[in-house]
Ligand binder design. Structure first.
Ligand code: NAD
Length: 345
């Protein structure tokens, strides 16, 4: 029973789900979670623009998995791929760094690509769409402090252009979902992920990139860099928790809602660096150094946190993985990858 509007609730054991933008961090973990939950069929669509076949190679022999090379910018690809699907998880998008590097492609994929997908879902009577949004819809800069709740405003003053463009593109995506619900009764749940981190981490998200950069420096014996005094807040969410949130959104009857999907607690950059140093057993001291020119840094105006109570109420989801455990998992994965590379040389 949901406390909001009632829409389609999918029984995963009899459902067919398409993941758009599947060959990457969130998509590969969600596909694993769907398979573990007994899904009937999962279609993994990607144009491999920056995701890789390797990210989903371990899933390809499961008879319930179908890998489709398709592009969000090509409506015929989406019309074909969504045929017979009960649910669509829409992930494919450019993030802040993508908006900084390739703004043309980013605008195309995040706006027209999302619209193409919704249109294909409408045409093929898909029962439910789960749309990956972001805490970027609250913006960045001095206005960001305290609790970032779902009905809060978008702060753009003092934020980098690419971050504003990304946040605005997610607001557009959310509202396109809402319009398809109002006009065509297409059920949807928007999940506003906070910064996602975990195994199969990539280098495209500005904040999680910081964990990887810090780890890579410590491993090389270099001091980790703090861009400020270490009090800057971040609120991460582990990718395994995100995957479970995606499943919860399909299973629940909730529709026409947007909820935060964040980790158990926020962390400061100082604490984060300390955790990485502890994991590595390193005695190196962080060095305070301003960012080099051109760095896209996502700052806030003070301590903030992203409550996930509404996700608990509406889709019955709560995060389980704290930062210490999540960082240990991520860095163990990175360590194993580096060891493999060394072996292959
Ligand atoms: N990673 C994060 O920290 C984070 C935080 C908040 C929200 N999100 C959102 O979650 C979603 C998934 O995140 P991720 O880190 O797994 O994403 P990602 O950057 O790895 O991208 C997902 C996939 O989309 C594919 N793609 C790009 N353009 C495409 C197109 N035109 N057609 C088909 N596929 C295309 C890419 O090849 C990639 O495999 C994104 O929508 C992102 O905005 C991510």
């Amino acid at each position: 029973m949901t406390q909001g509007k009632e829409g389609a609730a999918l029984d995963l054991k009899s459902a067919r789900i398409l993941i758009a933008g599947a060959a990457s961090l969130v998509g590969s973990h969600t596909a694993e979670a769907l398979l573990a939950a007994g899904i009937k069929e999962v279609v993994l669509l990607d144009n491999f623009a920056f995701g890789t076949p390797e990210a989903i190679a371990h899933l390809k022999d499961d008879p319930r998995v179908r890998i489709v090379k398709g592009d969000l910018m090509r409506l015929p690809d989406l019309l074909a791929a969504t045929q017979g699907m009960d649910g669509v998880l829409h992930l494919a998008a450019y993030m802040t760094l993508g908006f900084a590097q390739s703004p043309w492609e980013a605008v195309d994929v995040n706006l027209r690509g999302a619209q193409n997908m919704l249109e294909a879902c409408r045409a093929n009577k898909v029962k439910k769409v789960v749309f990956a949004s972001s805490n970027a819809v609250y913006g960045y800069g001095p206005g960001i402090k305290g609790a970032l709740v779902e009905d809060g405003p978008f702060h753009s003053a003092g934020a980098p252009a690419a971050a504003i463009l990304y946040g605005a593109s997610k607001i557009m995506g959310e509202q396109l979902c809402r319009q398809y619900f109002q006009k065509h009764k297409l059920d949807y749940v928007v999940l506003r992920y906070s910064t996602v981190y975990g195994e199969r981490q990539h280098y495209r998200a500005a904040n999680s990139l910081y964990i990887m950069e810090t780890y890579d420096r410590v491993r090389r014996g270099e001091r980790p860099v703090l861009p400020g005094d270490g009090s800057d807040t971040k609120h991460f969410v582990n990718v395994a928790d995100v995957a479970q949130a995606n499943l919860a959104a399909f299973r629940s009857a909730a529709t026409d809602v947007a909820v935060n999907v964040s980790g158990p607690e926020p962390i400061t950059t100082g604490e984060l660096v300390r955790m990485v140093l502890d994991y590595c057993g390193s005695k190196l001291q962080p060095e305070i150094k301003p960012d080099p020119p051109g760095t896209v840094r996502l700052t806030s105006g003070g301590a903030f946190h992203i409550p996930h109570d509404l996700a608990g109420k509406l889709i019955g989801w709560q995060p389980k993985i704290g930062m210490k455990e999540g960082i240990a998992r991520l860095l163990a994965w990175r360590e194993a990858g580096l060891a493999k590379q060394k072996e292959a040389k």
